[in-house]
Design a protein. Structure first.
Ligand code: XIL
Length: 365
């Protein structure tokens, strides 16, 4: 078998990589002394190297920036709305839905061959004010939420491949979140209610893969145990739960070994695994004098690389996707929620690939 035969029998993604390598080989320049100067190393492109989804949280307010949209299209294979597909954004009153922004996110994805991971159908923080004020009894509450889930999932059936059905219901100590949680305040068996939410979503789109999503899953062992217990209950009761997401809003100094142990424990459920909102804080001390130096960039790159490696080490069939929570350091929720000086993502303010990008890329198999 010649090399050409080999490249014909391998998947599309690999053909692209092979051509890139050939291109790099043949584009070596002659130098003055008659030798060849190798061109800058072509590091490759995340979505082409990964055998699973590479996602980014996006928002329509940035669609006017052509560099932003070009970056998303070039490097990512799936998108998630950072907030425009949350209940609060869509469900404007008890009788009205506002689809405009969510529709634009989904059209952007379909027009550009990207998958959409929907985020999120039920989240305590995103119940609209009008809903909370109504103080529905459990029967009306559930009928309303069922209608919301089914209207939304049906609208995007076939276009949104997967959904976070339920987000952040546990405290880190494994108890159910009670503070500000309308579900906890209304139902005697909140987990029973959440299970029915999965059933409602599944009825509306039987092909969509349905996730439970939370933060600190790999770090907080009691929270993880509670999630696993819920997954077992759902399995026994036939609730369609297909995957678990850990947001991965972590830091350069987050303990790596704990991340690995926790991720493997998540994978022991046999469910799909999603690193769903990845970003890595560098200004851990929240210092005004912080500078994102080359040394800091290298530390961050090492963290990204490690995360790719531990994700690659879980069983292939369970690797759903790695999604970063934003695209460039120019627009990250962490400059509001963490510190003004923060540089957590894969691209810098000018959409150049950071060391972090190369780190994540080199951690992929
Ligand atoms: C955040 C968005 O990034 C912000 O823009 C918005 O104001 C609040 O929500 N966990 C989640 C995400 O599941 O939905 C949150 O996103 C970040 C924490």
């Amino acid at each position: 078998m010649t090399d050409i035969d080999k490249s014909i029998s391998i998947p599309m993604k690999k053909i692209k990589l092979t051509s890139l390598l050939l291109l790099a080989l043949f584009s070596c320049k002659e130098d003055g002394g008659g030798g060849t100067v190798p061109p800058e190393e072509t590091p490759g492109i995340l979505k082409e190297k990964a055998a699973f989804g590479i996602g980014a949280a996006i928002k329509t307010s940035l669609f006017t920036d052509a560099v932003y949209t070009a970056t998303v299209k070039k490097h990512f294979s799936q998108v998630t709305a950072e907030w425009e597909m949350k209940m609060e954004s869509i469900w404007s009153s008890s009788t009205a839905y506002k689809w405009e922004n969510a529709d634009r996110i989904v059209s952007f994805a379909t027009d550009n061959g990207l998958e959409v991971h929907g985020h999120t159908l039920v989240w305590y923080k995103s119940f609209p004010q009008w809903f909370k004020t109504a103080k529905y009894d459990s029967v009306t509450f559930e009928a309303k939420v069922k209608e919301y889930i089914q209207t939304t999932v049906t609208r995007y059936r076939g276009k949104v491949e997967s959904w976070d059905v339920v987000n952040e219901i546990f405290n880190d100590n494994g108890t159910l979140r009670s503070v500000d949680c309308p579900v906890f305040a209304t139902f005697r068996d909140p987990i029973g209610f959440y299970g029915r939410c999965f059933r409602y979503a599944h009825e509306a789109d039987p092909d969509a893969r349905l996730f439970y999503n939370d933060y600190s899953v790999v770090l907080a062992s009691n929270k993880r145990a509670a999630i696993k217990k819920m997954a077992t209950r759902f399995k026994n009761e036939g609730v369609p739960l297909h995957g678990i997401g850990d947001q991965f809003h972590y830091r350069v100094n987050t303990d790596k070994n704990t991340m690995k142990t926790g991720l493997n424990d998540m994978a022991s459920t046999g469910l799909l695994i999603h690193i769903s909102e990845l970003d890595i804080v560098v200004n851990t001390a929240q210092s005004e004098s912080y500078e994102f130096t080359a040394t800091e960039a290298a530390k961050q790159a090492a963290t990204y690389q490690y995360i790719a490696e531990i994700f690659e080490a879980i069983p292939a069939a369970q690797k759903f996707a790695i999604t970063t929570w934003g695209v460039s350091d120019k627009n990250t929720w962490l400059t509001d929620y963490w510190h003004r000086k923060e540089y957590p993502l894969l691209f810098d303010q000018n959409y150049n690939e950071k060391q972090a990008y190369k780190g994540l890329l080199s951690g992929l198999k």
